[in-house]
Ligand binder design. Structure first.
Ligand code: ADP
Length: 396
């Protein structure tokens, strides 16, 4: 995209030229999974990512090797594509603003990202919208705590996969966390004794169309997503409320693209918004194999001003299990992947990362559920499948 040229506007879907090259800031697995969808849509991806070994370099038509927050590199990216989107939100928004001012088209726009990148600012945004969130306070390690234990301390920026989120049960663990986090911008929030965690993966197009995937249940271990069950076993009221939250949020943000909305469901059936991700999301990976349109295709459709696709499941349900690194090693775990592929109804996705380390997301497995499995109890069946996957994956 020549940044001096006219760019598309959000309302010009019918008249805008066809978008053929999408720039993606970030070259991890989320960008890698856009590859198949881009091919289907006849779109080329140009990726900005720091390392030549990052997953998406193998599917990119072109790569700008640079840090995610390198604005000069994003200017180079802009010259090579028609529109820029994000698979990673750890960007320098103020720096990117100078590019947007020159006419570079970002989808979602930078104004949709501003309220989301800092966890405290995001909480304030949700509160001001009237959406339910855990109680929260801006805080630093030198201040008195605003609430009693248990509580949650979060790093305001750059947290992911639970890194930067600390559940603090007592003063001993609090002291050690304080030593670790001294000097960082933090927030404190109430610990929510949730019954379950849910997620809504929702897309909004430039002309305001919204499509929402079946609401899923997510299960985390040590604050990292372990498995996702689609659809969640929830009442119609909870489903409607989760969808209403997605509508309110995406419309208010004037979002374009797929957004992930993480929710807590309490024992008395109340929803609280935990976190919004302005991009495709781990809890939406099941859509690749289990839905009529994957979240990655949906994202590209929105970004490229194409009509949104159908979010319906194409099976009775699905379970997605993350393959998390459990050692520091260089291995492609081929034997284990072969065994995983033999599970009935399974699809194994391997991100091609060269190095494994504990907790690193190396791939995932989606297993489709049939009617019989669902009749016997979707959650129990999903848990059993997850145990099978993990017993293969974690075996010595
Ligand atoms: P990240 O951005 O690193 O994913 P999150 O804020 O989403 O961090 O938190 C990760 C996980 O930590 C959540 O999925 C949930 O299991 C737990 N968690 C986060 N905030 C709270 C809270 N206020 N109460 C209880 N558990 C929480």
């Amino acid at each position: 995209m020549k940044i001096t040229q006219m760019k598309f506007t959000q309302t010009a879907a019918s008249t805008s030229p066809k978008i053929q090259r999408v720039g993606v800031v970030g070259g991890g697995q989320l960008a890698w999974m856009m590859g198949a969808a881009a091919r289907r849509l006849g779109i080329e991806l140009v990726v900005q990512t720091p390392h030549a070994t990052d997953p998406a370099t193998v599917i990119a038509a072109d790569t700008v090797l640079a840090a995610i927050d390198d604005v000069n590199a994003t200017a180079v990216l802009a010259d090579r594509c028609d529109v820029i989107t994000f698979e990673n939100e750890f960007v320098d928004l103020d720096g990117l603003q100078t590019l947007e001012a020159k006419g570079v088209l970002f989808q979602p726009s930078l104004s949709s990202l501003y309220p989301l990148l800092d966890k405290y600012v995001q909480r304030c945004y949700l509160r001001d919208l009237g959406l339910p969130t855990p109680r929260f306070w801006e805080w630093d390690c030198g201040q008195d705590l605003p609430i009693d234990f248990p509580l949650v301390v979060k790093v305001r920026r750059h947290g992911y996969d639970g890194q930067g989120t600390f559940i603090v049960k007592d003063s001993a663990s609090f002291e050690s966390i304080c030593v670790k986090l001294k000097g960082l911008a933090l927030l404190v929030e109430e610990f929510v004794p949730f019954d379950r965690e849910l997620a809504a993966i929702a897309a909004r197009s430039a002309n305001g169309e919204i499509a929402i995937y079946p609401i899923v249940e997510t299960q985390q271990e040590n604050q990292v997503c372990r498995l996702v069950i689609a659809p969640a076993q929830i009442s119609l009221e909870v489903k409607a409320e989760a969808e209403a939250i997605a509508h309110t949020l995406l419309n208010s943000l004037q979002a374009v693209g797929v957004f992930g909305i993480e929710l807590f469901l309490t024992a008395d059936n109340k929803l609280l918004v935990n976190e919004i991700a302005p991009r495709t999301h781990n809890s939406g990976h099941f859509t690749i194999d289990a839905c009529k349109t994957s979240q990655f295709e949906q994202h590209l459709r929105a970004v490229c001003q194409l009509p949104l696709g159908n979010c319906d499941l194409n099976s009775a349900g699905a379970v997605m299990v993350n393959l998390l690194g459990y050692e520091s090693a260089e291995s492609d775990y081929l034997e284990k992947r072969k065994q995983l592929a033999q599970i009935d109804g399974s699809f194994v996705h391997w991100y091609g990362k060269k190095a494994s380390r504990p907790g690193r997301k190396l791939g995932h497995v989606t297993v489709l559920l049939d009617e019989e499995a669902v009749e016997k109890g979707r959650i129990a069946r999903a848990q059993a499948i997850a145990r099978t996957v993990e017993s293969i994956w974690n075996a010595n």
